[in-house]
Design a protein around this ligand. Sequence first.
Ligand code: ATP
Ligand code: MG
Length: 359
Amino acid sequence: MSGTSLDGVDGVLADFGEGTAAVRAHVHLPLPTGLVAEFLALNQPGDNELHRAALAGNALARLYAQVAGRLLAAADISAGAVSAIGAHGQTVRHRPGEFDGTGYTLQLLNGAMLAEMAGISVVCDFRSRDVAAGGQGAPLVPAFHAERFGQPGRDVAVLNLGGIANLTLLPADGKVLGFDCGPANALMDQWCQRHLGQPYDEGGQWASRGRVDGSLLSALLAEAFFRREPPKSTGRDLFNSEWLASRLPTDRSPVDVMATLAALTVHAAADALRRHAPATSRLLVCGGGAYNDHLMRSLAELCPHTEVTSTASAGIPPDQVEAMAFAWLAWRFQTHRNGNLPAVTGARGARPLGALYPA
Ligand SMILES: Nc1ncnc2c1ncn2[C@@H]1O[C@H](COP(=O)(O)OP(=O)(O)OP(=O)(O)O)[C@@H](O)[C@H]1O
Ligand SMILES: [Mg+2]
């Protein structure tokens, strides 16, 4: 998995069976800074994009192959023992339902090259089939969240704080809902890089020293995306530095803007929770944002009747959940089962997700 934060690649080696799932190894490799810059650039129209996209997809395949190699070494098993790599690729455009009515979502990755280098079958391009069936192609993780974190008789929700925030609602009645609820680390990381020269705000310490600017927060929350009903998904196509710049008065101090971006993340999530699942008694947080103490504290304050805790309390460290979900989707593909939840993505029906590059 390499998500919109562009921080790196998270890989897990996981065993799946009927109703069982266990992680045997976890590896994280950072994205080289040149590749981060190229993926960011490819989010926007630019010169000679086809050529650059192809080479970026090759570079990512090399990095994924390295992750796969390290996982095998960590678990001390051979490539032949692994049935598939579920490989997400790097999203550079996400425009489902637009333009010609179908639109597209684009995750760069050379799957053939990854299969060639790793010697393991690769399942990738998970989102396109759902988009072809009229869906958002996202979020795809709620099916896995439901299987792994659902609790009979209890209203639970899962919040993934990656580059973008997505929420999975697991009510006691079993009707799973999930949608992207707003920006998370994508905007905060960029602000932190620009003003502190650091990749991210460790523990949210910088944000915690600022004052939330109420009028700026209202201006940001006025974005129509927040009011849209699910199914909905978003990405850097919308929540990028231009989006922020066009709403940002020039005289605001950087630390207060940081505090306000953190507040935007938690307010958008808490509002969505209040609107769609007010009876939620437990909120499990995953993604890198779960390591941001300031975000976790602010969420708990905004949701006083909900127990807010990291997914570690439910058995999976927060930085392994999304990678495990895409391994699980590859397992679903290999066992001829559907991967999407039409109620979540808005697709016309359940569909098998992914394309196979055999070993
Ligand atoms: N100790 C920490 N303190 C604060 N923030 C952290 C910490 N560790 C990680 N993060 C944040 O988490 C981000 C990475 O999160 P993650 O890998 O879940 O996002 P992602 O790659 O966009 O994934 P996805 O799209 O799958 O949700 C980092 O860029 C950083 O902003
Ligand atoms: Mg990541």
